[in-house]
Design a protein around this ligand. Structure first.
Ligand SMILES: [Mg+2]
Length: 412
């Protein structure tokens, strides 16, 4: 039976994480982890949930943008959308008036991601599958038809993408079984936010080691002496065998990034994440080249980017690790394009998560990548139910809705 979308609601939900410096880094010193939370409803009573992550102020702007897009969604049936998902993606990203405020970047990219994520969620739910399974079991031709190849055919054509997917069919079922049994490895940033004291950092690191974590990310970039102390502390605690990554969240100029990271090289970070401006592709390439002899890679992906920016990062050999992000890098449609391009350029993909909902969403994408595209991964149990795991607890949404929720009323 056809499911027509009759309603789209979007809410501004914020968690006051800045009170205890959770999520703090060299550029975002007081983040309140937030989402623009989208619910689409069909005439059959079925709902789809989507979200896009923000850090507090400005969420209201994303909410406005979602509202502006809603007319393009309401009235369409799910079947109509998924029979030409590329066309629907284009409708949202190439609307003759709306594209002027993008295209495919910034606020409008975040808003589009929330709406498209809700449609993917609805699609997976209507098939009674988690999103990763919907993707893994989808006919490769159908999957390719969800991707907009406009602007990226100089790096990856539709035919090449199909070829990559078809080649990866071998051994797929074993990988599905393996993932269901073992899960996909992840790293943690929860121990070392920039605003944490050394004592808290030690405590959280001890807890994480006890819980079995082996990969640790440390925020750096505000003060070199602090970074040396914190990295040395963490390296001592986790030992030589565990993995350390560092993240500067766009703090440095190109030259500064090279000098700074060189000073931290003795702690053997696997990568430096977001060393400089997210738009500086050639800058990332220069940093990559300079740090290669030290065995340190460059990672990025959580910026509000699109597949075209990613194409250039890959073409310029500016990255050794692609981080896929379920919102800022756009919707599932966009992430599929990036996963396939990364595979073609032989750059490993790591999930970028944290925030609100990102961990839940990105596990679907990384499972798809491992099972259906790359067949490689760089151990935690994954619990996934139907859809794209975007649904939030209604009580939590109401309590944290900004500014009328109880939590925010108390803080005013
Ligand atoms: Mg980061």
């Amino acid at each position: 039976m056809t499911k027509t979308i009759i309603k789209l609601t979007v809410r501004d939900v914020r968690f006051p994480t800045s009170l205890e410096q959770h999520g703090s880094d060299a550029m975002h010193t007081d983040p309140d982890y937030s989402v623009a939370y989208v619910v689409i409803e069909t005439d059959q009573g079925m709902q789809g949930y989507g979200l896009t992550f923000t850090v507090g102020r400005g969420t209201e702007i994303v909410v406005c943008a979602v509202e502006a897009l809603s007319a393009l969604v309401v009235g369409k049936s799910l079947e109509e959308i998924v029979s030409d998902f590329r066309g629907f993606y284009r409708l949202l990203t190439s609307d003759g008036q709306m594209r002027w405020i993008g295209p495919e970047k910034g606020v409008i990219q975040l808003a589009t991601a929330a709406v498209l994520n809700a449609v993917w969620d609805l699609w997976a739910r209507s098939e009674g599958k988690p999103l990763w399974k919907l993707l893994v079991e989808m006919d490769p031709r159908k999957l390719i038809s969800c991707i907009d190849f406009r602007y990226i055919t100089d790096a990856l054509t539709e035919e090449e993408a199909l070829d990559l997917l078809l080649k990866a069919q071998t051994g797929k079922q074993q990988r599905v079984d393996q993932m269901l049994k073992e899960g996909y490895p992840a790293y943690t940033t929860s121990c070392a936010w920039l605003g944490y004291s050394d004592q808290l950092l030690k405590q959280l690191c001890t807890d994480a080691l006890n819980d079995g974590w082996t990969k640790f990310k440390v925020k750096v970039g505000a003060d070199l002496k602090d970074d040396i102390r914190r990295c040395s502390l963490i390296r001592q605690m986790i030992g030589a065998h565990n993995t350390l990554m560092i993240d500067a969240n766009q703090r440095w100029d190109v030259g500064e990034a090279i000098t700074w990271v060189t000073r931290l090289a003795e702690y053997k970070p696997l990568w430096i994440e977001e060393p400089t401006s997210p738009d500086d592709i050639l800058g990332h390439a220069a940093i990559s080249k300079a740090l290669a002899p030290l065995g340190i890679g460059v990672a990025t992906g959580e910026q509000c980017h699109n597949r075209v920016m990613f194409k250039q990062f890959l073409q310029a050999s500016a990255l050794q690790f692609v981080q896929i992000d379920s919102c800022r890098l756009g919707s599932v449609n966009e992430n599929l394009a990036v996963l396939l391009m990364a595979h073609k350029f032989k750059v490993p993909v790591c999930p970028h998560a944290g925030g609100v909902g990102l961990c839940e969403l990105v596990q679907h994408l990384i499972l798809f990548d491992y099972i259906s595209v790359s067949a490689k991964y760089n151990n935690d149990p994954i619990i996934i139910s139907f859809g794209y795991s975007c649904e939030m607890l209604e009580s939590s949404v109401q309590t944290h809705q900004y500014p009328q929720g109880q939590v925010w009323k108390k803080l005013q």
